[in-house]
Design a binder for this molecule. Structure first.
Ligand code: MSP
Length: 507
């Protein structure tokens, strides 16, 4: 049986993790957790891209071996994954032996098949950017500052015949609905494919770049950037082993929009096609977080790193914020004000207050034992109908990667529970001696408890820690598979409830 296999971009080992890296891993984690909750066996892989000029230079500047530097950076990135409750099953590093072997094998096969050839390259080269340039890179007839000194060089290198596959790729992308997501990015890729593709230079001479994987057919060269990095997806799926077919093709590659075209939407499909491997089912390209440092420092008196918010407010609040705020595919501006407003509003006022006042009332009026839902009147039925709608919509949003809407819908349901509470007003009913009011009191708290239990089920992919805490208050095990746990039930009747907790404290 094919398992759900998803990956993220592997981060460059030439700097420290930041919000962009963190967001992507959270996004993929939410997808992975959703799939598991839907009952699908899932493999979720992320990792580190460790070769290349910048890594080599960084190590030289520090006077240490590149591997040592990568080991340290890998720990830093893995720390962040732990802090953010990322539930990856594997962490692949491109300097691992398993990866070098797969890269070597794929390169050799493509070389044998004639898809890789050696050629003399003559052209402009930027030492600063470590990049070959074309006339079209000039701005107003001049090389932009970022390229530093540009010289004409002649160098022998190896090239991959992208051009042979251009027509096939255009047709594939045009016909394969849902291959590139969001759908509007597809036209950008097709636009890119309007110009004839240049064959891709895949090597660097070892005297210029030693920190790479050697070409199996020419030890004087290492492979360069994408032929190394992209292959991680098949390495981690167990290329060459029996389990490979359980995972490959990948169900979704989660990446940023900057590495969609050409790397993931052009080079990678062609590399796979030429290697006779099936293409991934989906490539999901998310947008960018932008930050205006000045604004942040102004409001707080100091510059706050977005990742520090996870330390201060907990992983769940941070995860909630990035998933709630960003429409997958589009850019979003990070600001402390927005974080604070979501934290205080949707998390503190809507969800947090419901939990604390509900538990408080259950202890005050029923000694901490969940009452039975004794009545089922119009107000209860309205909330139940609202739940049905919320559950259906939210699942659809989760499956189609519309996470901000999934959360909007779920928090909307939490608000509906609070509104229901205002309608029933259990605090007033508790003051009455009328037996009917007694039934209404039991019903109102039972209904709110069940509503909270259900809303909490839908929060599990985004806020696993909060989900577990609320489950504990309700004497439930954290959810493993949604299945019948999403149905309105009376499963909480008579359970012993935990003490009131403050989920999202104010600072
Ligand atoms: N190493 C390559 C990817 C190879 S995948 C086979 C790379 N690394 S990266 O560290 O520069 O970026 C890793 C991921 O983080 C990319 O998907 C990139 O889009 C994402 N982000 C980096 N900065 C970002 C933001 N400011 N906002 C959101 N994500 C961005 O590219």
């Amino acid at each position: 049986m094919k398992k759900f296999y998803l990956t993220t971009a592997i981060d460059y080992a030439n700097g420290s993790p930041h919000l962009g890296h963190a967001y992507e891993k959270i996004l993929a984690d939410v997808i992975a957790r959703t799939q598991r909750l839907l009952g699908r066996e899932t493999k979720f892989v992320t990792g580190l891209d460790e070769h290349g000029q910048k890594v080599q230079q960084g190590a030289e500047a520090e006077g240490i071996e590149p591997q040592l530097r990568c080991d340290r950076i890998a720990e830093e990135f893995k720390d962040v994954l732990g802090k953010l409750e990322i539930s990856h099953d594997d962490y692949i590093r491109t300097t691992e032996q398993r990866h070098k072997e797969v890269v070597g094998e794929l390169l050799q096969n493509l070389f044998d098949a004639g898809d890789i050839y050696q050629d003399e390259y003559e052209g402009f080269y930027s030492t600063r950017a470590e990049q070959f340039l074309q006339e079209k890179d000039k701005v107003n007839g001049e090389w932009p500052e970022i390229f530093g000194e540009v010289t004409r060089i002649t160098e022998k290198n190896y090239f991959f015949k992208l051009s042979n596959y251009q027509d096939w790729l255009i047709e594939y992308i045009q016909n394969e609905e849902g291959f590139i997501l969001p759908e509007y990015r597809k036209s950008q890729v097709l636009e890119f494919l309007k110009d004839p593709l240049n064959d891709l230079c895949i090597s660097r001479p070892i005297e210029r770049l030693s920190w790479g994987i050697p070409l199996p057919f020419d030890p004087d060269y290492v492979t360069y950037v994408w032929f190394d990095a992209l292959v991680n997806y098949v390495t981690a799926a167990g290329y060459g082993t029996e389990e490979f077919n359980q995972y490959w093709p990948a169900d979704v590659h989660v990446i940023g929009k900057d590495i969609l075209a050409p790397p993931h939407a052009v080079y990678w499909p062609i590399m796979l096609k030429a290697s006779n491997l099936p293409l991934p089912r989906q490539i999901l390209a998310h947008g960018w977080w932008t930050t205006s440092g000045a604004k942040m420092s102004k409001s707080t008196g100091e510059t706050v790193s977005p990742l520090a918010l996870a330390d201060q407010y907990g992983a769940d609040a941070f995860r909630f914020f990035v998933m709630r705020e960003m429409t997958v595919g589009q850019d979003a501006e990070f600001s402390l004000e927005r974080f604070s407003s979501r934290y205080k509003g949707e998390l503190g006022n809507d969800l947090g207050n419901l939990v604390s006042r509900l538990l408080h009332m259950c202890h005050q009026y029923f000694g901490g034992t969940a009452p039975d839902q004794e009545l089922n009147e119009e107000v209860e039925q309205n909330l139940q109908a609202r739940w049905k709608e919320t559950a259906a919509k939210t699942l659809e949003f989760y499956e189609t990667y519309h996470f901000h809407q999934a959360l909007e819908e779920t928090i909307g349901f939490v608000r509906a529970i609070n509104k229901y509470a205002d309608e029933r007003a259990p605090w007033k009913l508790a003051k009455s001696d009328d037996p009917n009011d007694g039934k209404a009191l039991a019903t109102s708290l039972a209904t709110m408890l069940e509503g909270l239990r259900l809303a909490n089920e839908l929060l599990a992919p985004v806020m696993p820690g909060t989900h577990a805490k609320i489950c504990q208050c309700l004497s439930q095990e954290p959810v493993k598979v949604w299945s019948d746990r999403l149905e309105w039930s009376n499963r909480l009747a008579k359970v012993e409830l935990g003490q009131k907790i403050i989920l999202f404290p104010r600072d």
